[in-house]
Structure formats: C-alpha cells, structure tokens
Design a protein around this ligand. Sequence first.
Ligand code: FES
Length: 137
Amino acid sequence: MKRKKGEGSKNLEKKGALSRRDFLRAGATVSGGLLAGQAHAVARPAAPDTQVVGPGEVSVSLRINGKSNDIQLEPRVTLLDALRNRLDITGAKRVCDRGTCGACTVMIDGNPVYSCSVLAIEAQGRGNTLTRSSTHL
Ligand code: FES
C-alpha cells in the first residue's frame, strides 16, 4: 500500500495526537513567554532613592590597617585592585580572581572576605580592613 504525501500526519491528527507542527508551535510560544518574563525582570527601574555613582572616578575612603586612605577610582574597581594597584599594599595576592582560592583574603570588620569579589566602594565605611601582611606576627 502506497501512502500519499502528508497522509501520516493526518492520521495522527485524527487520533487526537499532537502533530509535529503543533508541538513546535507550542514550544515556541512557551519559550517566547519565558524570554519575555526574563526581559521584564532585567528591565526593572531603579528605586527612586537609589544613588547612582560613576561610571567615572569617584572619591573613596578606605581605612586599611588603621590608616585612612582617600583615593579616586571607578566604582567597578575591586578591593583587591584598589589595594594592590592604587595603594601599593600587596599582602593580598591575585591568583584565581574568581573567589575560589582565597589568596586575596582580607579581614573587614573581623570577617574574612575575598577582596577580588568585593568592590572597593562597598568596603568604604565598613570599619577597618586588615590585609594579610598586617596579621603576620
Ligand atoms: S584571587 Fe582567588 S579568591 Fe581572590
């Protein structure tokens, strides 16, 4: 018995099964809806009382090893970069730069923090930052 073109899919539709075309159409609709939902989440406006800084350099004051340091840097600069490149404090080392090895650990308010994962502007006003070199006895 010879089938005519498209006869197989017609038989499926008659039985109430989902055709390939309907399946793809439904998949595209669902994935499009998910993407639209994500776009909505990303595009949320900032709260009205949010202070925007940068992208240019801003004044940052860091208290490191008991000494206050005022520097100018872009808000995207990490605490590790600020310590090493701006303040020449090299106790914290850059090894992985991904927050996994711990070589850049500093103490902020008594808590160990990976300085490669913290922005310098976030460390501002958080008490004393102790670098590794200061903890050596
Ligand atoms: S450089 Fe490895 S955790 Fe920061």
